[in-house]
Design a protein around this ligand. Structure first.
Ligand SMILES: Cc1cc2nc3c(=O)[nH]c(=O)nc-3n(C[C@H](O)[C@H](O)[C@H](O)COP(=O)(O)OP(=O)(O)OC[C@H]3O[C@@H](n4cnc5c(N)ncnc54)[C@H](O)[C@@H]3O)c2cc1C
Length: 485
């Protein structure tokens, strides 16, 4: 085990089998722990969901992994998926703005440009002139944290926020740029902005550092068959390593054992563990921690979530002539219903290869504060998606098959002050040995960030358990033949 301590021989229960929980289980086994994963639903993977439409395999949840940080691709390799890693077939995308699909500009950090010229075509002439004024403005207060939209608008005007930053951030958080924390959501920009008066200069510094670090490989990676296979492969590896994974086992309570370790209530059973990793969304974590740490639970209850739906449509290729590129983003300011569309068959070579005669694309609808649309039934969501696709791309064909996947409370929101809230949660839990939290509610919503938070949780437990004696008595009850079957 690492310098942070050992978990060898300890029994650790992981609550939640999304990518964070499964990554934690994988890491714990590598470090010699005995692991039991308890998952409430009937399937593994949480927000990662592989499936099929018109006979073609696709993702119905998350579909790509940031490759500029190592955690997701490293985990994929560790669980035998190296051969299935695939970068997008195209790196170009569009933005549906001011009445037309326009090429997504290059040379920006989350929509914030290094030069006004980089946004030519996307912004109006007045919008571009306003971006240029950034260089001449006095410093803008950034403080301990600031909303991305507020800060960028103060430096460069609202147009760049509304037409570029908002749709790009929305693509990650389904949230509101004027509420999302710059410190948590775009930390590079936050730190660079603190040391430069001009925001364009801060962006150029980030860009030159990236060039110096030779960050030239693909920015994103997918997996042949879908990134939804990542948690399934991690789970297979966990089971092959002797870990137990049980679905349909909602954990309802966690209590500290008066002697040592934790008591975990799952249905009618009570299990004992030396340590617990809580890898569930914030509301569920709040419920589980309510007794052990009412303070942490109270903080967790304040985490807000955005809901959204994905509409996946399959077409006969002969009926479908899409613009080039991987799809397009849609600034909410233009009043369209869809927020983005991914041309899955153009973005991922493996989807095109699976069935060259079928074209799969998807749209997303709904974001924080925009839930009305999600009350519509599936047929209506398909209809509004087809309407917007027709307007944006001219696509009029009837789909072969459609599928609506609803992600209610799918994405935690990181408003201003999120980092401080997470620090408080961790401080409250620091007084409780043998418990750690991980997942999308803390250090980033993307797959690599969730995996990193799982690694950090395991490190935390290693530190706790290496100072505690093992739980020798009362061997853990097996769930075999019980609730987990
Ligand atoms: C539609 C959508 C698209 C996305 N696209 C991308 C993308 O392309 N790339 C990217 O990097 N990220 C993407 N994300 C974000 C990313 O997929 C998620 O943030 C991440 O998968 C969350 O993983 P997690 O393990 O933290 O949580 P979850 O996936 O939510 O897993 C938590 C698990 O805990 C279980 N659980 C809850 N309560 C209990 C309980 N009491 N007992 C036992 N189990 C419980 C749940 O059933 C669930 O399986 C997307 C998210 C959404 C919603």
């Amino acid at each position: 085990m690492s310098a942070t301590g050992t978990v060898t021989g300890q029994h650790v229960i992981v609550v939640g089998a999304g990518i964070a929980g499964l990554a934690a289980a994988h890491r714990l086994l590598q470090r010699g722990a005995r692991v039991t994963v308890l998952e409430a639903s009937d399937r593994l993977g949480g927000k990662l969901l592989p499936g099929e439409i018109a006979g073609v395999r696709v993702d119905f949840g998350a579909e790509s992994m940031l490759a500029r940080r190592p955690e997701a691709v490293t985990l994929a390799r560790e669980v035998g998926l190296a051969d299935r890693l695939q970068p997008p077939a195209t790196a170009t995308a569009s933005i549906w703005t001011r009445g037309a699909l326009r090429p997504m500009p290059k040379g920006h950090v989350m929509g914030v440009p290094g030069t006004a010229a980089a946004l030519s075509g996307v912004l109006s002439d007045e919008g571009l002139a306003r971006v240029e004024r950034d260089a001449d403005l006095p410093p803008t207060e950034i403080g301990d944290d600031v909303a991305v939209g507020e800060y960028v608008a103060a430096r460069m005007g609202h147009e760049v926020v509304d037409r570029l930053v908002e749709p790009l951030l929305g693509g990650v958080y389904a949230g509101d740029a004027y509420r999302i924390s710059m410190r948590s959501a775009v930390p590079q920009l936050f730190h660079a902005a603190r040391t430069h008066t001009s925001l364009t200069q801060a962006v150029r510094e980030i860009q030159s550092k990236a060039t110096a670090a030779r960050q030239t490989g693909p920015v994103f990676m997918g997996l042949q068959g879908g990134v939804g296979f990542l948690p399934l492969a991690v789970a297979a590896s966990v089971e092959a390593g002797g870990g137990e994974i049980h679905t349909r086992v909602p954990v309802t309570a966690l209590r500290r054992d008066p002697v040592r370790g934790w008591r975990v209530t799952a249905g009618e059973r009570e299990l004992r563990a030396d340590a617990v990793v809580v890898a569930v969304p914030a509301p569920a974590a709040a419920a589980l921690l309510a007794v052990a740490s009412p303070e942490a639970a109270a903080e967790l209850r304040t985490v807000e979530y955005a809901s959204m739906a994905l509409v996946t449509l399959a077409y006969r290729r002969g009926d479908t002539a899409l613009p080039a590129g991987s799809g397009f983003l849609v600034p909410p300011v233009d009043g369209h219903t869809i927020k983005a569309s991914t041309f899955a068959s153009q973005k991922w070579g493996w989807i095109a290869d699976e069935d060259p005669d079928t074209v799969v694309l998807r749209t997303s609808v709904g974001r924080q504060g925009e839930t009305q649309i999600l009350h519509k039934d599936d047929a209506d969501l398909v209809a509004v998606s087809r309407h917007d696709l027709r307007e944006a791309t001219g696509l009029t064909a009837s789909p072969l098959e459609t599928r609506v996947t609803r992600w209610t409370d799918g994405l935690p929101q990181y408003p201003v002050g999120h980092h401080a809230r997470v620090a408080r949660i961790r401080e409250h839990l620091a007084g409780l040995p043998g418990i750690a939290v991980c997942g999308a509610a803390y250090d980033g919503v993307g797959i690599p960030a969730c995996i990193a938070s799982a690694d950090a949780a395991v490190d935390r437990l290693g530190g706790d358990l290496s100072t505690a004696a093992r739980l020798m008595a009362d061997p853990v009850q097996s769930l075999h033949g019980g609730a987990g079957e």
